[in-house]
Design a protein around this ligand. Structure first.
Ligand code: NAP
Ligand code: 3JN
Length: 361
């Protein structure tokens, strides 16, 4: 008999799911068996885990029998339907979707910021939205050092945030444009919308649906997830947040232009920079004299959040501007999820069942 965690990856064939496999392979989690789950479309497809060929299975409630840990990234409806079934069967689930993020019983966790919230879990832990995660990694150390009263963020979000098929749409459009053909848009700005627009050589100030309150749902998520992570309440008012989310024709890695008011007129750029130098998960890339600043092409494929262009607001003492870049599919999704799972294991908040010899069941 061997010990280790039986891990199911729900949505294993997707843009996030394929990276969940890689991040789990590279993690410190002892894995005794893996189940790769997706829809009927991918049933029978072969993927590998640590060099071992594995067949993708259709995700059903029974798929979670004997599973200790579920890493989910198959969309909110799938999570709502299947994660309670997994919990019923004894698994702990880390969910990449927005399905449970605002549930008061579900911790919403960025390990560098609020790992302690994991202790309150009841079987499901939510991974925040990618745009929120990188903002939290950058702002939590600043808040701790000099305070934080207000955030105004504009995002520059990569195409891959909308999934594998959306990324393919960007590449097709770019090729068609260069070939002098008309671009065919069917996904952006968001699947299921009445109108679609090309993303190649364009900018779309809509991510997810536009709501009656005039904000996009992505902007709503950034506002309320920030409050839940930093203040423990999605409607808390101690930190004011507003957001504009824009899709840009970049394949991977989101950029964010962030203005903050620390509420501390004596706060200095040196203090802000110092807080970032020592912060977990942050790389300060800020050397204007040598044109050093974060860029999506350099962040892609890495787990860190890069911060640069740190500068004071010249007319508002205590306020600063910064530029933050991170791989939306890694720290924004797969790595944050696996990092949460590593914390659960290290903190004894998930338990491995005993599996029979041979591992894969
Ligand atoms: P994607 O590339 O379109 O992949 C979707 C995955 O979900 C595929 O593996 C797909 O399997 C699977 N799936 C779809 N319907 C299913 C069903 N009925 N049952 C089981 N599996 C099903 O999308 P993605 O970019 O990886 O994103 C997936 C989800 O992750 C998103 O919907 C979102 O909720 C979440 N996400 C979160 C963040 C974040 O900010 N934290 C970022 C991106 C995505 P098939 O191969 O069988 O179609
Ligand atoms: O568009 C992006 O850059 C991030 C997209 C995230 C996303 C896409 C589809 C559904 C989410 C999310 O994680 O908030 C969801 C969702 O689960 O609501």
């Amino acid at each position: 008999m061997g010990t280790g965690f039986v891990v199911a990856i729900l949505g294993a064939t997707g843009a996030v799911g394929t990276r969940l496999i890689q991040q789990l392979e590279q993690s410190t989690i002892p894995v005794s068996a893996v189940k790769l789950l997706a829809s009927e479309r991918s049933a029978g497809k072969i993927l590998t885990f640590k060099g071992q060929a594995m067949t993708v299975e259709v995700a059903r409630p029974e798929s979670f029998a004997g599973v200790d840990l579920v890493l989910a990234s198959a969309g909110g409806d799938v999570s709502k339907r299947l994660l309670p079934e997994a919990v019923k069967r004894g698994a702990v689930c880390v969910d990449n979707t927005s399905a449970f993020r605002m549930n008061p019983d579900v911790p919403l966790v960025v390990p560098e910021v609020n790992e302690s919230a994991l202790a309150q879990h009841h079987g499901i832990i939510a991974n925040p939205n990618c745009s929120t995660i990188q903002m939290m990694v950058a702002l939590a150390p600043i808040r701790q050092a000099v305070g934080l009263r207000q955030i105004i963020v504009s995002t520059y979000q990569a195409a891959s945030g909308a999934g594998q098929s959306a990324l393919q749409e960007l590449y097709r459009e770019a090729q068609d444009f260069l070939d002098g053909k008309p671009m065919q848009a069917a996904i952006f700005p968001t699947k299921g919308e009445q109108k679609h627009y090309p993303l190649a050589f364009n900018l779309l100030p809509q991510i997810d649906v536009l709501e009656d309150n005039l904000y996009s749902h992505e902007e709503w998520k950034m506002i309320h997830e920030t409050k839940k992570i930093m203040l423990g309440d999605m409607d808390a008012s101690e930190i004011k947040v507003t957001a504009t989310c824009v899709r840009v024709p970049v394949p991977i890695s989101h950029g964010e232009s962030i203005w903050i008011d620390t509420g501390n007129p004596d706060a200095t750029v040196a203090q802000v920079r110092q807080s970032l130098t020592t912060a977990p998960g942050v790389v300060l890339q800020d050397d204007p004299s040598h044109q050093v600043y974060p860029q999506p092409v350099n962040a892609t494929g890495t787990r860190e959040t890069y911060v640069g262009r740190v500068r004071p607001d010249l007319e508002n003492p205590g306020a600063f501007n910064l530029w933050v870049v991170s791989d939306n599919l890694l720290k924004g999704a797969a790595w944050n999820t696996v990092q949460i799972a590593q914390c659960l294991v290290a903190d004894g908040l998930v338990h491995a069942g005993v599996v029979s010899k041979g591992g894969v069941r």
